[in-house]
Design a protein around this ligand. Structure first.
Ligand SMILES: C[S@@+](CC[C@H](N)C(=O)[O-])C[C@H]1O[C@@H](n2cnc3c(N)ncnc32)[C@H](O)[C@@H]1O
Length: 290
């Protein structure tokens, strides 16, 4: 066994002295998706068919797309914007069905994979994948028929940013264009605090032994969950702290935000309208028409 690095003891004291409750959004409030090494490791999770932690398994995605196609009024030749497209699993399938797709995501490994996937599927000419923060891209000058923002990613932004993003997406759609957004169902979300830990030697946090200490806080007044992870890399004593915020919305509040963003009609579909997903009941899908 290797000697215990001095920094490991320092890291433990740092954990001991952590603030009792984290300040929401203080550390960005999201996973480090855009860090190259994390992005490579996360790509493995996106593509892993044994779970749906990062992207849904293929069969579930196909079921979602069968439902989204008519719900978003898609057609061969439609122009679609996939906001936080990840590895392009939705975008490339929609391009295979004839759509012209712009996919934006700030995870480098995912964008690289999406480009390769489009080439392999023979639809690179209908796909444009860009590595960028969706809060900073230029939303003017587009005329999209539809947009998607899936798997709860709108919730990782604080409310003001979420409102701006919705407004920008509305601007990028043509009149009558539709946006599909998937958010956790506030009525069903876990409203308790909790702690957990595990050890591993390979996974999202690296490929050397680490200890993951997790805490979950439910901030009732803000209807917000904050998860704080302390990851202790045992061989080096390096400590990484990650904070993940997940803003929940009542259907009435999200509907009002979408209307403020410029959408004229909003329909909320609790439980993915019956689409067979293992966790469908946890979600609400919004279809908003400009
Ligand atoms: C849970 S994954 C879902 C990806 C994809 N929609 C899917 O279901 O396969 C969330 C994605 O959001 C991206 N993301 C999060 N915040 C982002 C931001 N500010 N700008 C661009 N991409 C972002 C991450 O890089 C990640 O690929």
């Amino acid at each position: 066994m290797s000697p215990v690095p001095q920094s490991l003891a320092q890291a433990l004291w740092k954990i001991y002295h952590r603030p009792e409750r984290p300040q929401p959004w203080a550390a960005g409030g999201n996973l480090p998706w855009d860090a190259p090494d994390f992005s490579e490791r996360m790509l493995r999770e996106h593509l892993d068919q044994s779970h749906g932690a990062a992207s849904r398994p293929d069969a579930e995605r196909m079921s979602q797309l069968e439902w989204l196609w008519p719900a978003l009024g898609l057609f061969a030749g439609a122009r679609l914007f996939d906001v936080t497209c990840g590895p392009g699993l939705y975008a490339v399938e929609l391009a295979r069905r004839g759509c012209h797709v712009l996919g934006v995501d700030f995870a480098p490994a995912s964008i690289g994979y999406a480009r390769d996937l489009a080439k392999a599927a023979g639809v690179a000419g209908r796909c444009d994948f860009r590595q960028a923060d969706v809060r900073a891209v230029d939303y003017d000058g587009h005329n999209f028929d539809a947009a998607i923002l899936l798997y709860g990613q709108l919730a990782v932004f604080e409310k003001g940013e979420a409102q701006s993003l919705l407004t920008n997406i509305a601007r990028a759609l043509k009149p009558g264009g539709r946006l599909g957004v998937e958010l956790l169902n506030q009525e069903r979300v876990d409203k308790t605090d909790g702690t957990w830990w595990f050890t591993d030697e390979t996974g999202l946090w690296g490929d050397a032994p680490f200890l993951h200490l997790g805490e979950r806080f439910w901030l009732a007044e803000q209807a917000l969950s904050v998860e704080r992870y302390q990851i202790l890399h045992l061989e080096t004593g390096r400590l990484t702290e990650i904070q993940l915020c997940d803003q929940t919305y009542a259907v009435a509040e999200m509907t009002a935000m979408m209307r403020r963003a410029g959408f004229s009609a909003v329909t909320a579909w609790p439980g993915w309208a019956g689409v067979p997903l293992y966790d469908a009941a946890e979600w609400v899908v919004y279809i908003a028409e400009r």
